[in-house]
Design a protein around this ligand. Structure first.
Ligand SMILES: Nc1nc2c(ncn2[C@@H]2O[C@H](COP(=O)(O)OP(=O)(O)OP(=O)(O)O)[C@@H](O)[C@H]2O)c(=O)[nH]1
Ligand SMILES: [Zn+2]
Length: 199
């Protein structure tokens, strides 16, 4: 049996387990689990939740390493307005928003699509926005070893909107800077270039 087959079987086993637990949760919440519209819901919810947390099984640095190209370009590269959807680890409710990411190459550039890809890898886990920001920052810094890297995330948290404090318009901004972006001039140039995209 290949390791891949083993992984598939493991996933089916986990899915069955999650499905059974959802069925019991839905019943506890007061629903009729045999009702037509609901009967397949435990399976749908299990698949959805497993998709939304599928980032645990993915090595983000391997994604970056797969598309690093030698290039003598020493200016800032910015990929901005990367939409992201994650789950808050406290309430299992979504938080969603945008990431703006910049790096200054140090002999290697990276395939542009790989930056949103690693955002997704870290977003598809139970997260807090601060750790999500750091995960992305450190992954780029340690894998690409650029002259500098910057990450800014702006997000709205459903756990603050639908329940709890119930604030509909607040957004949370987190950021991280390494290397040349720790220098005020470079950091300000980046912040200026994304300023129209910040709320
Ligand atoms: N720092 C941080 N806090 C978060 C994030 N997502 C949710 N939270 C907060 O996590 C906290 C959990 O606080 P608790 O007091 O344990 O939970 P709670 O009683 O449900 O809190 P309320 O949301 O205030 O009703 C809340 O203040 C949430 O707003 C995040 O990404 N970062
Ligand atoms: Zn929350």
């Amino acid at each position: 049996m290949s390791p891949y087959q083993k992984f598939e079987e493991y996933n089916i086993e986990v899915q069955e387990d999650v499905k059974a637990r959802y069925k019991s949760i839905i019943a506890d919440l007061g629903e009729d689990v045999d009702r037509e519209g609901i009967v397949k819901t435990p399976e749908r919810a299990a698949k959805a939740m497993m998709y939304l947390t599928s980032g645990y099984d993915v090595d983000a640095s391997e994604i970056l390493r797969g598309a690093m190209f030698k290039e003598d370009y020493n200016e800032m590269v910015i990929v901005k307005n990367i939409e992201l959807y994650s789950l808050c680890e406290h309430h299992l409710l979504p938080f969603f928003g945008k990431a703006h990411i910049a790096y200054i190459p140090n002999g290697h550039i990276v395939g542009l699509s790989k930056i949103p890809r690693i955002v997704d890898v870290f977003a598809r886990r139970l997260q807090v926005q601060e750790r999500l920001t750091h995960n992305i920052l450190e992954c780029i810094n340690q894998t690409l070893k650029p002259q500098g890297v910057a990450v800014v995330i702006e997000a709205s948290h459903m756990c603050m909107m639908m329940r709890g404090v119930q604030k509909q318009n607040s957004t949370t901004t987190t950021s991280g800077f390494r290397g040349q972006f720790e220098n005020n001039e470079t950091r300000n140039e980046f912040l200026k270039l994304i300023s129209n995209d910040l709320s």
